[in-house]
Design a protein around this ligand. Structure first.
Ligand code: BV8
Length: 255
Protein backbone atom coordinates (compact mmCIF):
# COMPACT_ATOMS: atom_id res chain seq x y z
CA UNK A 1 0.00 0.00 0.00
CA UNK A 2 2.94 2.32 0.69
CA UNK A 3 4.85 2.99 -2.52
CA UNK A 4 8.64 3.20 -2.79
CA UNK A 5 8.32 6.87 -3.72
CA UNK A 6 6.39 7.63 -0.53
CA UNK A 7 8.87 5.71 1.63
CA UNK A 8 11.82 7.49 0.00
CA UNK A 9 10.18 10.85 0.78
CA UNK A 10 9.61 9.83 4.37
CA UNK A 11 13.18 8.51 4.83
CA UNK A 12 14.60 11.87 3.69
CA UNK A 13 12.56 13.83 6.25
CA UNK A 14 14.39 15.40 9.18
CA UNK A 15 11.50 17.26 10.88
CA UNK A 16 8.12 15.58 10.78
CA UNK A 17 4.66 16.79 11.81
CA UNK A 18 1.73 14.43 12.18
CA UNK A 19 -1.52 16.41 11.83
CA UNK A 20 -4.36 14.22 13.12
CA UNK A 21 -8.14 14.41 13.17
CA UNK A 22 -11.00 12.33 14.52
CA UNK A 23 -10.35 9.56 11.98
CA UNK A 24 -7.24 8.36 13.84
CA UNK A 25 -9.38 7.62 16.91
CA UNK A 26 -12.12 5.88 14.89
CA UNK A 27 -10.40 2.46 15.03
CA UNK A 28 -10.23 2.76 18.81
CA UNK A 29 -14.01 2.93 18.84
CA UNK A 30 -14.32 6.71 19.20
CA UNK A 31 -16.64 7.63 16.33
CA UNK A 32 -15.46 10.58 14.25
CA UNK A 33 -16.73 14.01 15.16
CA UNK A 34 -19.49 13.93 12.58
CA UNK A 35 -20.43 10.32 13.34
CA UNK A 36 -20.20 10.88 17.07
CA UNK A 37 -23.91 11.29 17.70
CA UNK A 38 -25.42 7.89 18.37
CA UNK A 39 -28.39 6.96 20.49
CA UNK A 40 -30.35 9.90 21.83
CA UNK A 41 -27.66 12.28 20.65
CA UNK A 42 -28.67 11.48 17.09
CA UNK A 43 -31.33 14.20 17.32
CA UNK A 44 -28.54 16.79 17.66
CA UNK A 45 -25.95 18.30 15.31
CA UNK A 46 -22.40 18.24 16.71
CA UNK A 47 -21.62 21.52 15.01
CA UNK A 48 -24.45 23.14 16.94
CA UNK A 49 -23.81 21.41 20.26
CA UNK A 50 -20.09 22.34 20.18
CA UNK A 51 -20.80 26.08 20.54
CA UNK A 52 -20.83 28.66 23.37
CA UNK A 53 -24.45 29.47 22.47
CA UNK A 54 -25.56 25.86 23.07
CA UNK A 55 -23.76 25.81 26.43
CA UNK A 56 -25.27 29.14 27.49
CA UNK A 57 -28.72 27.98 26.46
CA UNK A 58 -28.56 24.55 28.11
CA UNK A 59 -25.35 23.89 30.09
CA UNK A 60 -26.60 20.51 31.35
CA UNK A 61 -27.31 19.23 27.81
CA UNK A 62 -23.85 20.21 26.50
CA UNK A 63 -22.02 19.08 29.65
CA UNK A 64 -23.93 15.76 29.44
CA UNK A 65 -22.72 15.29 25.84
CA UNK A 66 -19.10 15.91 26.81
CA UNK A 67 -19.35 13.61 29.84
CA UNK A 68 -20.81 10.90 27.57
CA UNK A 69 -17.94 11.40 25.13
CA UNK A 70 -15.31 11.51 27.92
CA UNK A 71 -16.64 8.27 29.44
CA UNK A 72 -16.39 6.54 26.05
CA UNK A 73 -12.85 7.78 25.48
CA UNK A 74 -11.83 6.45 28.91
CA UNK A 75 -13.36 3.08 27.98
CA UNK A 76 -11.24 2.57 24.82
CA UNK A 77 -7.54 2.11 24.07
CA UNK A 78 -5.16 3.75 21.59
CA UNK A 79 -4.97 1.80 18.31
CA UNK A 80 -2.09 0.68 16.09
CA UNK A 81 -2.08 4.08 14.40
CA UNK A 82 -1.45 5.96 17.68
CA UNK A 83 1.14 3.36 18.69
CA UNK A 84 3.03 3.59 15.39
CA UNK A 85 3.33 7.37 15.78
CA UNK A 86 4.56 7.00 19.37
CA UNK A 87 7.23 4.48 18.22
CA UNK A 88 8.25 6.75 15.31
CA UNK A 89 8.60 9.65 17.74
CA UNK A 90 11.22 7.67 19.68
CA UNK A 91 13.48 7.56 16.60
CA UNK A 92 12.82 10.84 14.80
CA UNK A 93 12.14 14.57 15.33
CA UNK A 94 8.36 14.23 15.17
CA UNK A 95 5.70 16.50 16.69
CA UNK A 96 1.94 15.98 16.72
CA UNK A 97 -0.69 18.62 16.02
CA UNK A 98 -4.08 17.15 16.76
CA UNK A 99 -7.62 18.44 16.36
CA UNK A 100 -8.79 15.71 18.71
CA UNK A 101 -9.84 16.41 22.27
CA UNK A 102 -9.11 12.83 23.38
CA UNK A 103 -5.86 11.67 25.04
CA UNK A 104 -5.16 8.61 22.89
CA UNK A 105 -1.87 9.94 21.44
CA UNK A 106 -0.57 10.46 24.98
CA UNK A 107 -1.86 7.10 26.20
CA UNK A 108 -0.01 5.44 23.29
CA UNK A 109 3.21 7.01 24.63
CA UNK A 110 3.50 10.16 22.51
CA UNK A 111 4.61 13.50 23.90
CA UNK A 112 4.88 16.89 22.19
CA UNK A 113 1.16 16.76 21.35
CA UNK A 114 -0.40 20.14 20.51
CA UNK A 115 -4.17 20.02 21.04
CA UNK A 116 -5.30 22.93 18.88
CA UNK A 117 -8.97 22.34 19.76
CA UNK A 118 -8.32 21.75 23.45
CA UNK A 119 -8.90 18.68 25.58
CA UNK A 120 -12.00 16.99 26.97
CA UNK A 121 -9.85 16.26 30.04
CA UNK A 122 -9.14 19.93 30.82
CA UNK A 123 -12.40 21.58 31.98
CA UNK A 124 -12.14 25.06 33.48
CA UNK A 125 -14.24 27.61 35.28
CA UNK A 126 -16.33 29.81 32.95
CA UNK A 127 -15.50 32.85 35.10
CA UNK A 128 -12.11 32.62 36.83
CA UNK A 129 -10.73 30.14 34.20
CA UNK A 130 -9.28 27.97 36.98
CA UNK A 131 -8.74 24.40 35.73
CA UNK A 132 -11.33 22.05 37.25
CA UNK A 133 -10.01 18.76 38.60
CA UNK A 134 -12.50 15.90 38.35
CA UNK A 135 -12.91 14.35 41.79
CA UNK A 136 -12.27 10.60 41.79
CA UNK A 137 -15.96 9.81 42.38
CA UNK A 138 -17.08 12.24 39.68
CA UNK A 139 -16.85 9.59 36.97
CA UNK A 140 -20.27 9.36 35.41
CA UNK A 141 -21.69 6.47 33.49
CA UNK A 142 -23.91 8.75 31.42
CA UNK A 143 -26.30 7.05 29.07
CA UNK A 144 -26.69 8.68 25.70
CA UNK A 145 -28.69 11.89 25.73
CA UNK A 146 -28.64 12.46 29.50
CA UNK A 147 -28.42 16.05 30.74
CA UNK A 148 -25.85 16.50 33.53
CA UNK A 149 -25.53 19.75 35.49
CA UNK A 150 -21.93 21.03 35.13
CA UNK A 151 -20.00 21.15 38.41
CA UNK A 152 -19.30 24.46 40.14
CA UNK A 153 -15.85 25.97 40.43
CA UNK A 154 -14.55 25.37 43.97
CA UNK A 155 -12.96 28.83 43.96
CA UNK A 156 -15.72 31.13 42.72
CA UNK A 157 -18.77 28.84 42.50
CA UNK A 158 -19.41 29.63 38.81
CA UNK A 159 -20.16 26.76 36.46
CA UNK A 160 -17.38 24.78 34.82
CA UNK A 161 -17.15 24.29 31.01
CA UNK A 162 -15.42 21.70 28.83
CA UNK A 163 -11.79 22.65 28.05
CA UNK A 164 -12.34 22.55 24.29
CA UNK A 165 -12.46 25.22 21.57
CA UNK A 166 -16.05 25.57 20.36
CA UNK A 167 -17.16 26.71 16.93
CA UNK A 168 -17.12 30.49 16.92
CA UNK A 169 -14.38 30.63 19.57
CA UNK A 170 -10.83 31.61 18.70
CA UNK A 171 -8.17 28.95 19.07
CA UNK A 172 -5.88 29.38 22.10
CA UNK A 173 -3.14 31.56 20.63
CA UNK A 174 -0.08 29.75 22.07
CA UNK A 175 -1.34 26.40 20.74
CA UNK A 176 -2.10 27.81 17.27
CA UNK A 177 1.29 29.56 17.09
CA UNK A 178 3.07 26.39 18.17
CA UNK A 179 1.17 24.39 15.52
CA UNK A 180 2.01 26.89 12.78
CA UNK A 181 5.68 26.95 13.87
CA UNK A 182 5.91 23.16 13.69
CA UNK A 183 4.16 23.04 10.29
CA UNK A 184 6.29 25.80 8.76
CA UNK A 185 9.52 24.29 10.03
CA UNK A 186 8.80 20.73 8.99
CA UNK A 187 10.00 18.97 5.85
CA UNK A 188 7.27 16.34 6.03
CA UNK A 189 3.65 16.72 7.20
CA UNK A 190 1.40 13.65 7.46
CA UNK A 191 -2.32 14.55 7.59
CA UNK A 192 -4.19 11.56 9.01
CA UNK A 193 -7.90 11.10 9.69
CA UNK A 194 -9.12 14.61 9.08
CA UNK A 195 -11.89 15.82 6.80
CA UNK A 196 -10.06 19.12 6.33
CA UNK A 197 -13.32 21.04 6.85
CA UNK A 198 -12.63 23.01 10.03
CA UNK A 199 -10.69 26.25 9.88
CA UNK A 200 -8.13 27.49 10.69
CA UNK A 201 -6.87 23.93 11.46
CA UNK A 202 -7.48 22.78 7.89
CA UNK A 203 -4.96 25.38 6.65
CA UNK A 204 -2.06 23.67 8.46
CA UNK A 205 -1.12 21.30 5.60
CA UNK A 206 -1.11 24.28 3.21
CA UNK A 207 1.16 26.27 5.54
CA UNK A 208 3.60 23.35 5.67
CA UNK A 209 3.47 22.92 1.90
CA UNK A 210 4.08 26.64 1.28
CA UNK A 211 7.31 26.37 3.25
CA UNK A 212 8.54 23.42 1.23
CA UNK A 213 7.30 20.39 3.17
CA UNK A 214 6.19 17.19 1.49
CA UNK A 215 2.53 16.54 2.44
CA UNK A 216 1.20 12.99 2.69
CA UNK A 217 -2.47 12.33 3.50
CA UNK A 218 -3.78 9.09 5.06
CA UNK A 219 -7.56 8.87 4.67
CA UNK A 220 -9.85 6.22 3.17
CA UNK A 221 -11.83 8.97 1.42
CA UNK A 222 -10.87 12.09 -0.50
CA UNK A 223 -10.92 15.46 1.28
CA UNK A 224 -10.00 19.08 0.42
CA UNK A 225 -6.50 18.16 1.65
CA UNK A 226 -6.09 15.97 -1.48
CA UNK A 227 -5.13 18.99 -3.53
CA UNK A 228 -2.38 20.03 -1.10
CA UNK A 229 -1.01 16.51 -0.77
CA UNK A 230 1.96 15.16 -2.72
CA UNK A 231 0.70 11.66 -1.96
CA UNK A 232 -2.71 10.32 -0.89
CA UNK A 233 -2.75 6.95 0.87
CA UNK A 234 -6.30 5.60 0.64
CA UNK A 235 -6.17 3.54 3.82
CA UNK A 236 -7.01 3.81 7.48
CA UNK A 237 -4.61 5.12 10.13
CA UNK A 238 -4.22 1.73 11.78
CA UNK A 239 -3.39 0.15 8.39
CA UNK A 240 -0.99 2.71 6.91
CA UNK A 241 0.97 4.06 9.90
CA UNK A 242 2.26 0.68 11.18
CA UNK A 243 3.28 -0.22 7.61
CA UNK A 244 5.22 3.06 7.27
CA UNK A 245 6.96 2.67 10.65
CA UNK A 246 7.81 -1.00 9.97
CA UNK A 247 9.35 0.01 6.63
CA UNK A 248 11.55 2.56 8.43
CA UNK A 249 13.21 -0.38 10.15
CA UNK A 250 13.59 1.01 13.67
CA UNK A 251 13.49 -2.51 15.08
CA UNK A 252 16.77 -3.32 13.33
CA UNK A 253 18.47 -0.34 15.04
CA UNK A 254 20.60 -1.55 17.94
CA UNK A 255 19.41 0.75 20.68
C1 BV8 B 1 -12.61 30.27 14.63
C2 BV8 B 1 -13.56 20.80 19.73
C3 BV8 B 1 -12.48 32.64 14.68
C4 BV8 B 1 -14.96 20.64 20.21
C5 BV8 B 1 -13.76 21.42 17.36
C6 BV8 B 1 -17.61 29.09 6.97
C7 BV8 B 1 -16.55 28.70 6.17
C8 BV8 B 1 -15.31 28.42 6.72
C9 BV8 B 1 -15.10 28.52 8.10
C10 BV8 B 1 -16.15 28.90 8.89
C11 BV8 B 1 -17.40 29.18 8.34
N1 BV8 B 1 -18.23 29.51 9.35
C12 BV8 B 1 -17.54 29.46 10.52
C13 BV8 B 1 -16.28 29.10 10.24
C14 BV8 B 1 -15.18 28.91 11.22
C15 BV8 B 1 -15.35 27.56 11.92
C16 BV8 B 1 -15.36 26.43 10.91
O1 BV8 B 1 -14.33 26.06 10.37
N2 BV8 B 1 -16.57 25.87 10.69
C17 BV8 B 1 -16.68 24.75 9.76
C18 BV8 B 1 -17.66 23.72 10.32
C19 BV8 B 1 -17.17 25.31 8.42
N3 BV8 B 1 -14.19 27.45 12.78
C20 BV8 B 1 -14.24 27.93 14.02
O2 BV8 B 1 -15.24 28.38 14.54
C21 BV8 B 1 -12.93 27.91 14.79
N4 BV8 B 1 -12.72 29.20 15.39
O3 BV8 B 1 -12.63 30.27 13.43
O4 BV8 B 1 -12.52 31.41 15.39
C22 BV8 B 1 -12.54 33.71 15.70
C23 BV8 B 1 -11.44 34.56 15.81
C24 BV8 B 1 -11.52 35.58 16.75
C25 BV8 B 1 -12.67 35.74 17.57
C26 BV8 B 1 -13.73 34.84 17.46
C27 BV8 B 1 -13.68 33.81 16.51
C28 BV8 B 1 -12.98 26.91 15.91
C29 BV8 B 1 -13.11 25.52 15.33
C30 BV8 B 1 -12.93 24.47 16.45
C31 BV8 B 1 -14.21 23.71 16.68
N5 BV8 B 1 -13.99 22.66 17.67
N6 BV8 B 1 -13.49 20.49 18.30
C32 BV8 B 1 -15.40 19.21 20.28
O5 BV8 B 1 -14.63 18.29 19.89
O6 BV8 B 1 -16.52 19.00 20.75
S1 BV8 B 1 -13.73 20.97 15.75
C33 BV8 B 1 -14.20 19.36 15.67
O7 BV8 B 1 -14.58 19.14 14.35
C34 BV8 B 1 -13.08 18.39 15.91
O8 BV8 B 1 -12.17 18.78 16.87
C35 BV8 B 1 -12.42 18.30 14.59
O9 BV8 B 1 -11.39 19.22 14.47
C36 BV8 B 1 -13.50 18.72 13.67
C37 BV8 B 1 -13.92 17.52 12.88
O10 BV8 B 1 -12.93 17.39 11.97
P1 BV8 B 1 -12.15 16.00 11.82
O11 BV8 B 1 -11.24 15.83 12.97
O12 BV8 B 1 -11.58 16.06 10.47
O13 BV8 B 1 -13.26 14.88 11.95
P2 BV8 B 1 -14.38 14.55 10.88
O14 BV8 B 1 -15.38 13.68 11.55
O15 BV8 B 1 -14.84 15.79 10.23
O16 BV8 B 1 -13.57 13.71 9.77
C38 BV8 B 1 -12.97 12.50 10.07
C39 BV8 B 1 -12.12 12.13 8.87
O17 BV8 B 1 -11.45 10.92 9.16
C40 BV8 B 1 -12.94 11.86 7.60
O18 BV8 B 1 -12.30 12.48 6.50
C41 BV8 B 1 -12.89 10.33 7.44
O19 BV8 B 1 -12.85 9.95 6.09
C42 BV8 B 1 -11.59 10.00 8.11
N7 BV8 B 1 -11.51 8.66 8.72
C43 BV8 B 1 -12.54 7.94 9.26
N8 BV8 B 1 -12.04 6.79 9.77
C44 BV8 B 1 -10.69 6.80 9.54
C45 BV8 B 1 -10.36 8.00 8.88
N9 BV8 B 1 -9.09 8.31 8.52
C46 BV8 B 1 -8.12 7.42 8.82
N10 BV8 B 1 -8.35 6.25 9.46
C47 BV8 B 1 -9.62 5.92 9.83
N11 BV8 B 1 -9.85 4.75 10.46
Amino acid sequence: MISEAILNSIKKARRIVVFSGAGISAESGVPTFRDDLTGLWQQYDANLLATPEAFTQDPALVWGWYEWRRARILAVEPNAGHEAIAKWQQHAALSIVTQNVDDLHERAGSDKVIHIHGSIFAPRCTKCKKPYVFSSNYFQEPESGRRIEPPLCPVCQNIVRPGVVWFGEPLYEPDLCAAIYEAENSDLLIAVGTSGLVQPASLIPRWAKDKGAVVIQINPTSTPIDEVSDYNIRATAAQALPEIVDALGFDSIVS
